[in-house]
Ligand binder design. Structure first.
Ligand SMILES: [Zn+2]
Length: 425
């Protein structure tokens, strides 16, 4: 063994185990293992690493620049970002992204899928991110989505810029149908993205129906085109918040077709908690897609953060655990079985999206579990259970990428009148 993690607790397994790592993979899970270097989990949880499946690295750390988002709305955020894009430079993007990537790593993120705005004819941010992607390989894997923030057909040349971004090396085809001027442009946006996927073999991840408008119904077009072009497992819909507002008969039909098409859905609880409902007077809707109904239907749903300090969301520190914490409350997922869904939504479910695996119920989720043969991308926690992690939001003790420790945090210890306090029952 290259490394043994001693005294680890695994979700769903009684007792403690040692985890042996060799050649970047999990080689053995036994009650006692010896050989090689050792670190101890001290009886605490070891989980798979996090996949941050939806973020916008190009906009990261720009909050307040050139001006703050006063209304807090998605639309004001897009307008502010369009002003900021004019001042992007290679150095600006590099400085911000290289500052934040270690934040993600320290929180246990080994894979990041970032959308990059390609409605900038010079493609400055894309080029800078392609450079960074190559430089940080081994520490963190990056997938880049060619994302036409201002539309493919409402922004002149948007469709050509998406094509150009893919030629330069972007990994995933993006889209934003609900932002197009007309419904027809929106349908065209989805069809263009999926036919490009059919042609190129690349996956798709579309910002779809990120609005409270219950007339925004592009997810049905995504499902139909995915079926027609046989792209099941390769297509993800991000946000899909309008589903919150659909009538139940329509939502039921739609969820059936999303399942049938093998679409993945990515929800973004922290951003959508503050961006949606901005046109409502009381009662104010929660702009979250129907996470529990989708999961119950057997659809693969993952959770992404979306932002760290940008025009859409002023908070964040690159921690997917915050995403799950917000989802637990905002998505009404505090029941026991619902809580058990939260870690998979940051680990095995986004990993299936990343690797274009078709998920049917729990089938297709095996590739990123703590199991022999899987890549040794792991988090060693300072607490024993997933519930304790969600409740106390602790820093990760160790983060391992391909069997190597890439981040380490000394545990915080509090004392009250000289007595050590641990927040465990
Ligand atoms: Zn987004």
């Amino acid at each position: 063994m290259d490394l043994v993690i001693k005294d680890a607790r695994l979700t769903g397994r009684e007792g403690l185990v040692d985890i042996g790592l060799e050649g970047g993979r999990i080689a053995a899970i036994e009650p006692r293992l010896h050989g090689g270097e050792e670190i101890s989990a001290e009886g605490n949880l070891v989980s798979p690493s996090f996949y941050e499946i939806h973020i916008h690295l190009d906009a990261i750390l720009t909050e307040g620049d050139p001006r703050p988002n006063r209304s807090g709305s998605l639309w004001e955020g897009i307008a502010i970002w369009a002003e900021r894009v004019g001042r992007l430079s290679r150095e600006d993007v590099r400085a911000r992204v290289l500052k934040v990537l270690p934040w993600f790593v320290a929180h246990g993120v080994t894979h990041i899928r970032t959308h990059v705005d390609v409605c900038d004819p010079s493609l400055t941010a894309l080029k800078a991110l392609l450079e960074i992607k190559a430089e940080v390989k081994g520490l963190i894997d990056i997938q880049i989505v060619a994302f036409p923030q201002l539309g493919m057909f409402s922004f002149e040349g948007g469709d050509a810029l998406v094509r150009q971004a893919l030629e330069l090396g972007a990994d995933v085809i993006g889209g934003i149908p609900h932002y197009e001027i007309t419904r027809e442009y929106g349908v065209q946006n989805v069809k263009f993205a999926l036919s490009l996927a059919h042609e190129s073999g690349l996956p798709v991840d579309i910002h779809c129906d990120e609005t409270d408008d219950d007339h925004s119904r592009f997810l049905e077009t995504m499902a139909a085109e995915t079926l027609r072009l046989r792209l099941s497992g390769r297509v993800a819909a991000s946000h899909a918040t309008a589903m919150h507002s659909y009538n139940n008969a329509y939502a039921d039909k739609l969820i059936g077709n999303v399942k049938r098409a093998g679409l993945h859905v990515i929800c973004n609880p922290p951003d959508n908690a503050v961006l949606q409902g901005r046109f409502d007077h009381y009662p104010i809707r929660r702009g979250l897609t129907r996470v529990k109904e989708l999961l119950a239907a057997g659809v693969n749903v993952a959770a992404g953060h979306d932002s760290v300090m940008d025009p859409w969301y002023p908070m964040g520190k690159g921690d997917p655990l915050h995403t799950a914490f917000v989802l637990l409350h905002y998505g009404l997922m505090s029941g026991r079985e619902d809580r058990e869904q939260l870690f998979p939504m940051l680990t095995s479910r986004p990993a299936a999206i990343w690797h274009n695996r078709l998920v049917r119920g729990s089938e297709g989720l095996e590739g990123h579990a703590v199991a022999v043969g899987n890549p040794a991308d792991l988090i060693v926690w300072p607490v024993p259970t997933e519930d304790d992690a969600l409740r106390t939001l602790p820093m990760r003790r160790y983060v391992l990428k391909r069997g190597k420790v890439v981040a380490e945090t000394r545990p915080e210890v509090s004392y009250v009148q000289g007595q050590e306090v641990r927040f465990l029952r």
